[in-house]
Design a protein around this ligand. Structure first.
Ligand code: UTP
Length: 823
């Protein structure tokens, strides 16, 4: 182990004083010192040291001194790198030079006078470089809060009371509200100085009644009047001496640096960031994000302990904030429900993307979901936005960016709800409502207060034969795994960022919560002081092992079932249009495509061979010899090498191309290429293919309820699931893919998956592993999620591989099938 200046020997081993961590032995010390964290801090410390050495501390300046004044004065000693002003009192500053020699030059001069003012200057003091381990501290605090909350909730008399206590515990208190109000006033003052006539408005949780301690502070900087001001000033400056305002003439006005009528959002945000950095006391960590969906400047405030976002383009958000305020006033049950659901969602890691965008639900979407649920109670707790619009008077009409945002300004204009359900019942009903909500077939519309079929948002069908060009369809919302329409901007899906995984977790957590809400533990206070009601509901999410039971002795029987969800957004445009005109038959048509895709995944991508169920009769019980199956598979392979064309196509894993990228894959059986035909061009093709694949099976199957279904039998002779990730990574590396380390997702690219299978099977020219299984498929939908449910039955599994194979298919099959459907 080498000697390091930051490593100390301790009784238990070593300690890195720079990173504040204990290390058990020499090798870990070496690894730590070479590691990213230590290296980053090491560099940071060196930079800080250099900055200190290159800086002087200047005092005796006036509070209104600007950094430009200091730069102008000090650059006579050498190039100035930065000036840090004391924003609180404005009485000192730190001037950093590019070179240390400039500091010596400054210190050599005995007297410094700037703008008639005598300055006091000394070398900047060096402070010990310390790392603040903030995250650990935050986690500790959050934990303490949860413990305290649990105790408090257990003392409540009912779930209703618990929900009210949740509001009390989390809502912004008076101090916080006052602090935020003061900050808004201060920002208004500062910004007005630089951007005359601008207006700064808070929106979102700070003012919409759903704010919690330390919630983000969203601000909209309205520069419309500033633009007019600038335009007026320009005109008057062309006629010198007339009507020119003080602000516009002032040499400090940054308005002279920018033309707001032509400036880009990025330029304006830079300006806003500069004002925040230099002129607002307590503000730090200022960061403009000009490329975000809504460009913002992020900042933090030390004393108020908050993060803020300033946007310059978000007038609709002001209106939807007022709308949420109104809804809170309309029914007092909304706030406790939203607070409870938000906290539950946070605990279950379903909501609260740390940096805005992300795969989880955002708070605004979650609030709209609670409102949508309340609109759908019988009788409704909240009216629809359309109903509210009709209750508004003429003066309340409001259109923003072309969207109708009309609703009454006073809650008194809206008749109270006839619904009398209590909070406890509503919360349980919320979970039940969303546990089974068909997100794949319906869009949540708070505007209409009803689930709107997803097919209503599909683009109109393309023109048929006359060749006339269809008019460009109006842009609809971005349909996602979950689509929650904004109440006003009807093209905006507020849950568009949600990942499939989060949606699945959301519905699973809702189902678990619904089940729990039916228990006595939810409804009744424990006489023995045990946790009850919301406390158990708020238990943080624990990772679950698939197929394992929640508690010892509660092992759930594992069902060999998986599903391929209907996801409109994943289908090609032409198919989307076709399904759009299919009405209720869209499920049938979609399922026909899924069947084709499934066959191709099993046969082509995974190299399974078709078989007949009878061949394996009794094998799962009697462990008969595997030779029978091996022989049949061999027969299939022989058929594929020559002889009967249709039999060959049916029996051998083909190497056809599913898309253009497939062309890059060299096919050893190029003669057997088979084009992928969707039902659009050949509606009969799925059945046709199935006939070729499984001649003994019925051509078209129907489930008991008349819904279409299908079934196949397959034999897998290679362990295509084993070591797949490594093979994929190696192939990507060999292809020169620099991202190979990150690795493609399982089942991501069809062509790559086909190659991976080939590599695995090529290593075993004489396979002896064997799994035979039956797959039954049904489409389920209606009030449930539309999806193809696949049930697996092992027919032959001598070496006990089936579980592993199935486990692999759980992720691989839906993804790869979807990839085929997307072609
Ligand atoms: P947030 O999702 O941040 O909600 O959106 P919040 O209630 O402020 O919660 P915190 O800040 O996470 O605690 C903030 C505001 O941004 C607007 C809405 O006005 C919302 O209240 N917004 C957000 C939209 O207009 N559209 C969106 O898609 C998201």
């Amino acid at each position: 182990m080498e000697a390091h200046p930051d490593i100390q020997t301790t009784q238990k081993g070593f300690r890195c004083t720079l990173c504040d961590v204990n290390l058990p032995n020499g090798p870990t010390v070496d690894a730590h010192v070479k590691g990213r964290k230590h290296q980053n801090l090491f560099r940071l410390r060196a930079t800080r040291k250099e900055q200190v050495q290159n800086s002087v501390f200047v005092s005796g300046i006036k509070p209104n001194t600007l950094s430009t004044h200091l730069i102008n004065y000090f650059q006579q000693f050498g190039p100035v790198e930065d000036v840090i002003m004391d924003k609180e009192k404005g009485s000192y500053a730190i001037v950093e030079f590019e070179e240390q020699a400039s500091v010596s030059a400054v210190l050599q001069r005995s007297e410094h006078v700037m703008n008639g003012l005598k300055l006091r200057i000394k070398q900047r003091e060096s402070k010990e470089f310390k790392v603040v381990l903030k995250r650990k501290q935050d986690a500790k605090n959050a934990h303490v809060n949860l413990d305290a909350l649990s105790q408090e909730l257990c003392r409540a008399a009912s779930v209703n009371e618990q929900m009210l206590r949740v509001v009390e515990s989390f809502q912004l208190n008076e101090n916080e509200r006052n602090g935020r109000e003061l900050l808004v006033k201060l920002l208004q003052e500062v910004f007005t100085e630089f951007l005359p006539d601008c207006e700064i408005h808070p929106f979102g949780s700070t003012v919409n009644t759903f704010g919690v301690h330390s919630c983000d502070m969203d601000l909209f900087l309205d520069l419309e009047k500033t633009r007019s001001f600038q335009a007026r000033s320009k005109t008057s400056s062309e006629q010198p001496g007339e009507g020119q305002s003080e602000d516009a003439r002032s040499e400090d006005s940054i308005l002279s640096d920018i033309d707001l009528s032509t400036a880009t959002a990025a330029e304006v945000l830079e300006l806003v960031a500069a004002v925040l950095r230099k002129c607002v006391p307590g503000v730090h960590k200022v960061q403009p994000l000009p490329t975000a969906r809504l460009p913002v400047v992020k900042f933090s405030h030390r004393n108020l302990n908050l993060h803020g976002d300033i946007t310059i383009k978000n007038r609709l958000a002001l209106r939807n904030t007022r709308f949420l305020q109104l809804c809170s006033e309309l029914d007092s049950r909304l706030r406790p429900l939203v607070f409870t659901v938000r906290f539950w969602a946070k605990q279950k890691q379903l909501a609260g993307n740390p940096f805005g965008g992300g795969p989880l639900l955002n708070n605004y979407a979650l609030t709209l979901m609670v409102m949508f649920f309340l609109q759908n109670r019988s009788p409704p707790v909240l009216p629809s936005v359309d109903q509210l619009k009709n209750m508004a008077c003429e003066e309340e009409e409001c259109v923003i960016e072309g969207w109708d945002c009309t609703f009454p300004s006073q809650a008194i204009a809206v008749p109270p709800s006839k619904n009398t359900e209590d909070l406890c019942t509503l919360l349980a009903a919320f979970f039940s409502f969303y546990a089974t909500f068909d997100f794949s077939a319906s869009v949540l519309s708070v505007r209409e207060a009803r689930p709107v079929p997803i097919t209503s948002f599909l683009p109109p069908a393309a023109p048929q034969s006359d060749g006339a060009r269809a008019p460009k369809p109006p842009a609809g919302p971005r349909l996602g795994h979950m689509t929650v329409l904004d109440p006003f901007e009807l093209r905006h899906n507020v849950a568009g960022n949600l990942s499939e995984r989060t949606l699945k977790s959301f519905q699973r957590e809702c189902a678990d919560a619904e089940k729990y809400c039916r228990s006595l533990q939810y409804q009744r206070k424990s006489a023995k002081g045990k946790s009850w009601g919301l406390v158990r509901l708020f238990a943080p999410r624990c990772p679950t092992v698939p197929g394992a039971g929640g508690k010892p002795g509660e092992g759930k029987e594992r069902r060999l079932e998986l599903s391929v969800p209907f996801r409109l957004a994943a289908l090609p445009d032409a198919v989307q249009r076709q399904l759009g005109t299919a009405g209720e038959r869209f499920r049938e048509q979609w399922f026909a495509m899924v069947r084709v895709a499934l066959e191709r995944v099993f046969q082509e991508v995974l190299g399974c061979s078709p078989a007949q169920e009878e061949e394996f009769e009794g094998q799962m019980d009697t462990s008969a010899s595997s030779d029978t199956v091996a022989m049949d598979t061999a027969k299939a392979e022989e058929a594929s090498r020559g002889g009967d064309q249709s039999e060959a196509a049916a029996a051998a894993p083909s190497c056809s191309s599913a898309d253009a990228s497939f062309d890059s894959v060299t096919s050893p059986q190029a003669g057997q290429k088979r084009a992928f035909t969707s039902v659009e061009t050949s509606p009969a093709s799925p059945q046709e293919k199935r006939r070729r694949l499984c001649p003994a099976e019925e051509e078209e199957e129907e489930g008991a309820d008349g819904a279409p279904s299908a079934s196949w039998c397959w034999v897998q002779r290679h362990p295509v699931w084993a070591g797949r990730r490594k093979v994929r990574r190696d192939l990507l590396k060999a292809r020169g893919d620099s991202d190979a380390g990150a690795c493609q997702p399982e089942g991501g690219g069809v062509a790559m998956e086909l190659l991976v299978t080939r590599h695995i099977t090529a290593k075993q020219p004489d396979p002896h592993d064997l799994v035979a299984f039956k797959v039954g498929a049904d489409v389920v939908g209606g009030s449930e999620n539309t999806r193809a449910v696949l049930r697996f039955t092992p027919l032959c599994d001598h070496k006990g591989h089936f579980q592993d194979f199935f486990h692999f298919l759980e992720i691989f099959l839906p993804k790869t099938t979807e990839a085929f459907l997307g072609k």
